[in-house]
Design a protein. Sequence first.
Length: 233
Amino acid sequence: MTRIWAVLVLLAAVAFAASPLLTPGFNGFDPQAFPVPQVDPPVQPAGYAFSIWGLIYLWLIAGAGFGLFARSDSEDWAPARPPLVLSLAVGAFWLPVANLSPIAATVMIWVMTAAALRALFLTGDMDRWWQLSPVAVYAGWLTAAASVSVGLLLAGYGLLEATPAALVGLGLALVLALVVQYRLHRAPLYGITVIWALVAVIVANLSPLNIAVAGLAVLGILGILALRGTDTE
């Protein structure tokens, strides 16, 4: 059965990586997809940050391939595979949904995030750069992206103004990221990936300066970096 799951991880990773080839490029929800159009929302990272998807796709496929051909029967790799398959399988359908319905896409990305975090916590100690690291980067970016989706929905449906909505979204990301990084000290790339997103949020809020959003992002970065000085495992 472990070999079957290894095959499924690779197939799901390839399908996930192939989905952008079948769907128009995505750098955030269409501003007009919301009752209150979200043009340059403060919660959304600068566009360059989305380039991390290239790294994520390639590393997930490489890790899955290594897992299949070199560790298909490894008990160390086995526990993380089912939740990772779930996350990637949902992710393979996420882009077309995101271009149609921000609400449905937000539900899906939280399913992806929960499953990816479950996989991250279940990863073993063998082959860190093949097994743990790609999942850590994937889960870190999903943590940021899922929280950004919440902020966009709050502002896009008029529940909060843009800045308060951004603060809620960022606050959610920071609480989740700090808890995960504290509990999972052996996966520093998770926190580094969240920092990548936070830096891009700061960049997006420099002109004009949104000091509340940029300031919270700075505090989040400092908080994640401070955890690197603790010993939790």
